[in-house]
Design a protein around this ligand. Structure first.
Ligand SMILES: [Zn+2]
Length: 163
C-alpha cells in the first residue's frame, strides 16, 4: 500500500518535472516547438534605401533581378513597398525551385505577407523589373496591392485588376 502510494507520487512528480522540462525547452527553443516552424523562421532584415523614392525601390527590384540571374534563374526581380519601406523582396525561382509560379512578383508578395504576418497587403505598392503577368496581377489583386510599377522607366500600371 505504501509502496503503491509512493510509486504514484513518484510518477506524478516525474510527470511534473517532464512538463516543466518541456515548457522550459519550448521557451528556450520556440521555433523548434512551434507547429509552423518554417513560417516562424526569422528572416534577415531587408536593406532599406538611404533615401526612399520610387527610383530607389525600382533600383532594389533590379538588384533582385541581378541576384536572380546570378543564381541561374530568369531575369526578373520585384519588391513590395509600404509607407516608404520595402517590406518584401522577390527573386525569380522558377528554374531553381522547379516552380512555374515562383515569379519574382509572386515571391515578393509571399515575402511581404510572411514578414507582415498577413495576406492583406492593402496600401502596398509592387515594383517589378517587368510588367506583371496575368498570374502575378491576379495574386496582387487578391493581396489587395494598391498600385503596380514596372521597368526602368517606372511605368505606372495602376491598381491590379481581377483576371
Ligand atoms: Zn508573373
Amino acid at each position: 500500500m505504501t509502496l503503491l502510494a509512493c510509486t504514484c507520487t513518484r510518477r506524478r512528480a516525474l510527470r511534473s518535472i517532464g512538463l516543466l522540462a518541456t515548457g522550459a525547452l519550448a521557451i528556450l527553443f520556440p521555433i523548434a516547438f512551434s507547429t509552423g516552424a518554417e513560417a516562424r523562421t526569422p528572416l534577415p532584415d531587408i536593406l532599406q534605401p538611404a533615401t526612399p523614392s520610387p527610383e530607389a525601390f525600382m533600383s532594389r527590384a533590379f538588384e533582385m533581378r541581378r541576384l536572380s540571374v546570378e543564381r541561374g534563374d530568369q531575369a526578373y526581380g520585384a519588391v513590395v513597398v509600404r509607407a516608404g519601406r520595402i517590406v518584401g523582396e522577390g527573386v525569380s525561382a522558377v528554374i531553381t525551385s522547379n516552380d512555374p509560379t515562383a515569379h519574382a512578383e509572386m515571391q515578393s508578395l509571399r515575402d511581404a505577407q510572411r514578414r507582415l504576418g498577413t495576406s492583406d497587403l492593402s496600401g502596398c505598392e509592387l515594383f517589378g523589373t517587368s510588367r506583371a503577368c496575368p498570374m502575378c496581377e491576379a495574386a496582387a489583386f487578391r493581396a489587395r496591392i494598391a498600385r503596380m510599377f514596372h521597368g526602368e522607366a517606372i511605368a505606372d500600371a495602376g491598381a491590379p485588376r481581377a483576371p
